[in-house]
Design a protein around this ligand. Sequence first.
Ligand code: ZN
Ligand code: CU
Length: 484
Amino acid sequence: MLNCETLIRNARVFDGNGRVPELADVALLGGRICAIGAPLRHTASRVVDAQGLALAPGFIDVHTHDDLVVIRRPVMLPKLSQGVTTVIVGNCGISAAPVGPRGALSDPMNLLGSAEDFRYPTLAAYAQAVATAGPAVNVAALVGHTALRHNHMDRLDRVATAAEAEAMRAQLSQALESGALGLSTGLAYAAANFASTDEVRAVAQPLASAGAIYATHMRTESDAILEAMSEAFAIGRECRVPVILSHLKCAGIDNWGRSGDVLQALEEARRTQYAGCDCYPYAASSTLLDLRQVDARVQITITWSTPHPEEAGKALADIAEGWGVSQLQAARKLQPAGAIYHSMMEEDVRRILVHPATMIGSDGLPNDPRPHPRLWGTFPRVLGRYSREERLISLPQAIHKMTAMPAHRFGLAGRGAIREGNWADLVLFDAETIIDAATFEDPTRPAKGIKSVWVNGVLSYTAEGATGQRAGHFLRRGASAWIQ
Ligand code: ZN
Ligand code: CU
């Protein structure tokens, strides 16, 4: 008789690779999946009856800004409650590491936390801090280009000199040696918008030999999006590195309906180079309050404001009316501030979501007092709303986008698939009832239908809530095995 710690019986097992589910028992031992069979004859100290439930690899949130929150609030309830077992931090050019204490923070670094929270001058120091904090989910990290600029440039409204680019490159190399997954940029933000394509190329040099990836919040997601995509693909080709377009979308009413062209450009690139994207399942974006995105035709909600905290949660149009000024003038008075922009067309969101190149990433902002509901709802919304209710995509395919696909692309070895020997990151859920509960009005409600979540074999979440066990690891980059 074989012995194991946890035996999950009679689950509909979705392996993560997109295949139809099979009924099986799954046994866990020492943090890993030790056997899969129908039935298994193992004895176990804990047996879970999974009759009628779906068992999938734990979801990988490929696009997060959880860099500092995994240390400060390691319970990670917004993610755990969705079945997420790994978060990738360091997106959009901003990362907590490598960044040492260095006076004021520039936008949008402040999305992650305040200046005194940035105290990890190397990725190794950050990895150590994550290990010490012991978050409930695994953490893997990109290095942000804006963070590197912040470290090595006196001002950000210009191109880096050759010496500065060299210093950034050296720092990226060191972080890659400590297990960073790759480089991210946030070229749309003022802090990186002045960087030329050449600057990014120069910094990105060490990625290829490390087998790392390039993820980009492109220079623009509105009118000139095709040009911005060309820039991203050129960097990928010239630096021989896979490209991930972050939170791919067609932003702004004038760009509604362009997802067909955007996806065609992506498909064209994919004929000759590794390229893909991630997205979140909502027709509204959220970031800093950006004057360029203020448009009276778009519904904008303020999520926070430093000079006017009392306006958080209100519509910009109402604030402007109350103050008797234009929306642009009101926005100026509210800055620095955060906002939600209902600026996408649902049809574009759907088309991008179901495309075979697309992974799922929440882009959730954990520091927002009134966050965009994507922070708490992204993964169950894809499974419940878009797969089950709208039948836009099959359940095995939807799960694939959140598990094996990102594990392969980012080189998360031993994760993303239910297979003997893999780490036991698992989510047990009811495919008939799983659904997001967070809304724009009530954005921090945990999703429904998640029954159990194991992280590295440890039961970390049940329908009653977090178990208090926090078993996440810091994950170093393994061999990437990109499958288009
Ligand atoms: Zn972004
Ligand atoms: Cu982001």
